[in-house]
Design a protein around this ligand. Structure first.
Ligand code: NAD
Length: 387
């Protein structure tokens, strides 16, 4: 797998503690790795930090899961968590997912994630994001932050005023959704070829749940290939666009998973594949952009048992990450190099589907194993190079 080189990989990380002018010494991030070990979500994480900064209201965790392949990149989520452990657990779970995602996307990045405890509707301020930026800066480039649930490009712009280790600002990267949609489109093509033996999408019906940034761009690509679209969204205007402009058929948002289609493409919420929805599916393939589609890992096994081909979410939706990796490397996030790297998502999925079939295992299990193998291979290579 070809690996994109990032600028942070070419230069060693600066020592943690550098560039902390916006935090007084008493408010520097504290290493809470030992505390994180108590939680079920802990999975050999490299290091975990907590920062409390009363003057700005910042209370945040940064979890760095693995930096074997490069600096840990992952979004900064802002959410009114019910408890500190819930927030820390989320950072641990999501950072591990980012390690696997980057490994299979073929980018020279590791996995990390930040969470800010707070309500994104009422708790945001320039001061808060300046303090968070200083926390990121204090880690010396080990972690690169980006937009996520509850944060926006404007928040990244504030963060960029106190750290260089941020992407997805209005000047750098911007909205990755079109690249995510391109990757999902390539993934659907690969799944259709594997499962239905066809390369002609005009013979295929795709049920798209969610017509936001990714879902709408995906529908435009599928419609251009003549695919038959069934769509649902809780936003009536989004549905109207797909019906009027793309010739889609609208259906109820709570029944879209159960319509007769070749492909069900979840592009809205996480945990859509659960005990209730999986038995109701009437499609041969599940392939969409949403993060964490499986309510639990066992639902991936259940799809496999039912003969439904599942494109692991973190593989098919990696187009945005690939484009962000280009931006981190100082390249054009939507330039030719980024496009051809995103287009390779189809080939990666084809390899996963072939191996899954040959070994009688679920695509999710194969994807996880490939990610672990890639990281282990890189570690071996680095050790041998040192000898
Ligand atoms: P978005 O917020 O722009 O769009 C989500 C859409 O889903 C909205 O139109 C919303 O009205 C709709 N929706 C919400 N609840 C729904 C329901 N119950 N039924 C049907 N529709 C519903 O988000 P997005 O950027 O398009 O991302 C979509 C999914 O893909 C998310 O899960 C996101 O985490 C994931 N993802 C996005 C990117 C990216 O680059 N944007 C990258 C990787 C993964």
């Amino acid at each position: 797998m070809k690996v994109l080189e990032t600028s942070s990989q070419r230069q060693p990380f600066s020592p943690p503690g550098a560039g902390t002018r916006n935090l007084s010494p008493t408010h520097l991030p504290q290493d809470v790795t030992l505390r994180a070990r108590r939680l079920a979500e802990f999975s050999n994480h490299q290091q975990v930090w907590e920062c409390r900064h009363p003057a700005s209201g910042l209370h945040a965790f940064i979890a760095v899961h693995d930096t074997t392949l490069g600096p840990a990149l992952g979004g900064c989520r802002m959410w009114p968590y019910g408890s500190t452990d819930h927030a820390l657990g989320d950072a641990l779970r999501l950072s591990r997912g980012m390690t696997y995602k980057a490994a299979l996307a073929g980018v020279a990045l590791g996995g990390g994630k930040a969470v800010i405890l707070g309500d994104p509707k009422t708790g945001k301020s320039e001061r808060l994001f300046h303090a968070f930026g200083a926390m990121v800066e204090a880690l010396g480039g080990l972690y690169i932050t980006a937009e996520d649930v509850g944060t926006s490009v404007g928040d990244m712009d504030w963060i960029a005023e106190t750290t260089a280790h941020v992407t997805g600002t209005s000047r750098n990267g911007g909205d990755p959704s079109p690249m995510t949609a391109l990757g999902v489109y390539e993934g659907i093509r690969a799944a259709v070829k594997h499962r239905l033996g066809s390369t002609d999408l005009s013979e295929v019906t795709v049920a798209v749940q969610g017509l936001g940034h990714v879902g709408r761009a995906l529908c435009q690509r599928l419609a251009a290939d003549g695919a038959n679209l069934i769509v649902a969204d809780v936003d009536a205007d989004a549905v109207k666009f797909a019906v009027d402009e793309l010739g889609a058929t609208a259906t109820e948002a709570d029944r879209i998973h159960a319509v007769a289609a070749d492909v069900f493409a979840p592009c809205a919420l996480g945990a859509v594949l659960d005990d209730e929805t999986v038995p109701a599916l009437r499609s041969a393939i599940v392939a969409g952009a949403a993060n964490n589609q499986l309510a639990q890992d066992r639902h991936g096994q259940e799809l496999h048992r039912r003969g439904i081909l599942y494109a692991p979410d973190y593989v098919i939706n990696a187009g945005g990450l690939i484009s962000v990796a280009q931006a981190v490397a100082g390249e054009d996030a939507s330039g030719t190099k980024a496009w051809s790297a995103v287009r390779r998502i189809g080939a990666v999925l084809s390899e996963i589907f072939d191996r899954a079939e040959a070994e009688g295992r679920s695509p999710g299990a194969i994807a996880d194993r490939l990610a672990v193998e890639r990281i282990a291979g890189h570690r071996r290579g680095a050790r041998e190079a040192k000898r």
